[in-house]
Ligand binder design. Structure first.
Ligand SMILES: [Zn+2]
Length: 191
């Protein structure tokens, strides 16, 4: 059985058994917040449990490293849409200790790409077009610094409403313990 067929088989039964009823909620976040966090597998359920969140409480945006790589990319767009269209009133940027994007070896990743058939010529073409592959793959050196940087990036975005608090947290991926880096309530400009 392939991964996909086992997912589809489980899903059929899930729907038939009406197991979805336990997760009934609306599309607007009950706790009126958007969380940007990492796609790390250890955080999948742990982060929700450790923060006391249940299905429907928050909008969750996930990517590798909980990072905004471009001010007009999909991650920033999701945060803005969360605020302006989906009823969120606060943003939480939550990095985590032992993140795979911290000091990721970009050369090693590029090497793996090459081994899997991506041609140097393709990388060169991208480079000439302004998309340096090494830069594109690279992560960050320090989790805390990355959270601070992303909080600033959101808060200083030209389209961001500065009355919205942006909090910065770091979670420990084994215990779920949170460390507060930025209390967004301190910074907001009240209207
Ligand atoms: Zn991570």
């Amino acid at each position: 059985m392939t991964l996909l067929s086992s997912i589809l088989a489980f899903n059929k039964k899930f729907v038939e058994d009406k197991a979805y009823e336990a997760y009934a909620t609306s599309k607007n976040p009950e706790m009126k917040a958007v969380i940007l966090t990492c796609m790390d597998t250890r955080l999948q359920e742990l982060s929700h449990k450790a923060l006391g969140l249940k299905n429907g409480d928050v909008k969750v945006v996930k990517n590798a490293g909980a990072t905004i790589t471009h001010p007009y990319g999909a991650t920033m767009k999701s945060l803005l849409v969360g605020i302006y269209a989906l009823g969120a009133e606060e943003i939480i940027i939550m990095g985590h200790k032992d993140c795979g994007m911290c000091q990721i070896d970009a050369d090693k990743v590029i090497n793996t790409m090459t081994q899997r058939g991506i041609k140097q010529e393709t990388m060169d073409t991208l480079d000439h077009a302004g998309y340096n592959v090494k830069q594109f793959i690279s992560g960050f050196n320090d989790v805390n610094e990355n959270v601070y940087h992303n909080v600033d990036m959101v808060y200083n975005h030209p389209l961001f409403d500065k009355s919205v608090p942006v909090h910065g947290l770091v979670i420990e991926p084994h215990t779920g313990e949170l460390e507060l880096l930025v209390d967004g309530y301190d910074k907001v400009i009240k209207k």
